[in-house]
Design a protein around this ligand. Structure first.
Ligand SMILES: *[C@@H]1O[C@H](CO)[C@@H](O)[C@H](O)[C@H]1NC(C)=O
Length: 285
């Protein structure tokens, strides 16, 4: 592994030399300093660059979505699909990925975008055009979009491409105060460190956790339950006086009873559910 990546770096160094050959040398010279690197022998460089160091796939030194395939000593320049970047973890793999887990800081250039409706580039996750739509975003594949909505109370974080708490997403106009119609009541520091919980005044099923006493995060109880502001826990709605009728019109008494007393599974039935876990996003066409 170490050997391979070293070779890759040497190869890249050669590409940089090639790329900068036509460009004037560093103009901000500091003559007092020793030369930063060994002076390259131009003939030797040409020799190395004309023949690939080994077969494989190598990242471009400047452009994150550009890479090179070396095959039988020949270099073929390639581009990832628009919106994706070259994953340079192994020269044996030709792999382009969405940019979230790939460090492009050393090769920040990208191809010219090919935009389409809701998709600034052909592929990727993109924020909603309306900055007030904090929890909506688009997933684009080949320029075709799907709008995705984060679970209630979460904000789309365009740095990570996932839904997170508003205080974590740190998105302008999408802070806890903008997303929630709730202010944490002032508390002393000691009490704040217990992350106190408060019932959502507008919805019996939900409550707010005030992180460090001051940053609200909305959380919910199971269907059929309500947050009891006295015990500070989720309880079956019938046991919470101010919420006893909360599910009327939504669930029948029989349905509520079935939620509270789920039918017992026969002990000899060993069937396992292979259904995937509920995704934490809803997909809307
Ligand atoms: C902080 O507030 C809590 C709850 O209101 C109270 O019980 C506690 O005595 C207070 N502590 C201090 C140090 O003021």
């Amino acid at each position: 592994m170490a050997f391979r990546s070293t070779t890759g770096i040497i190869f890249l160094a050669c590409l940089i030399v090639l790329a900068s050959a036509a460009v004037p040398k560093n103009t901000k010279r500091k003559p007092a300093n020793p030369p930063p690197r060994a002076v390259a022998d131009p003939e030797k460089d040409a020799e190395i660059t004309n023949s690939c160091p080994e077969d494989g796939f190598f990242a471009d030194a400047e452009q994150c979505d550009k890479y090179y395939e070396c095959r039988n000593g020949e270099i073929i320049e390639k581009l990832c699909p628009d919106g994706m970047v070259f994953n340079d973890y192994s020269p044996e793999e030709e792999k382009c990925d969405l940019p979230f887990n790939i460090d492009c800081s050393q090769r920040p250039k990208l191809q010219t975008p090919i935009p389409s409706l809701h998709c600034p580039r052909l592929n990727g996750y993109f924020s909603h055009e309306d900055p007030k739509e904090c929890g909506k975003f688009y997933y684009c594949v080949d320029g075709k979009f799907n709008m995705i909505t984060c679970p209630d109370g979460l904000v789309y974080n365009d740095k990570t491409g996932i839904c997170t708490w508003p205080d974590e997403a740190k998105k302008k106009g999408c802070g806890a105060a903008d997303v929630f119609d709730f202010d944490c009541p002032p508390v002393n520091e000691t009490f704040g460190l217990t992350h106190p919980r408060y019932a959502d005044p507008a919805d019996c099923q939900f409550f707010y956790v005030c992180i460090n006493g001051n940053t609200p995060r909305r959380s919910g109880c199971k269907l059929g339950q309500a947050f009891d502001d006295v015990s500070k826990k989720c309880e079956w709605a019938r046991k919470v006086p101010e919420c006893a009728d909360w599910y009327k019109g939504q669930l029948t008494d029989a349905e509520l009873d079935a939620l509270e007393n789920p039918p017992t599974v026969k002990p000899n039935s060993k069937r396992k559910s292979h259904r995937p876990k509920a995704k934490d996003v809803e997909i809307e066409e």
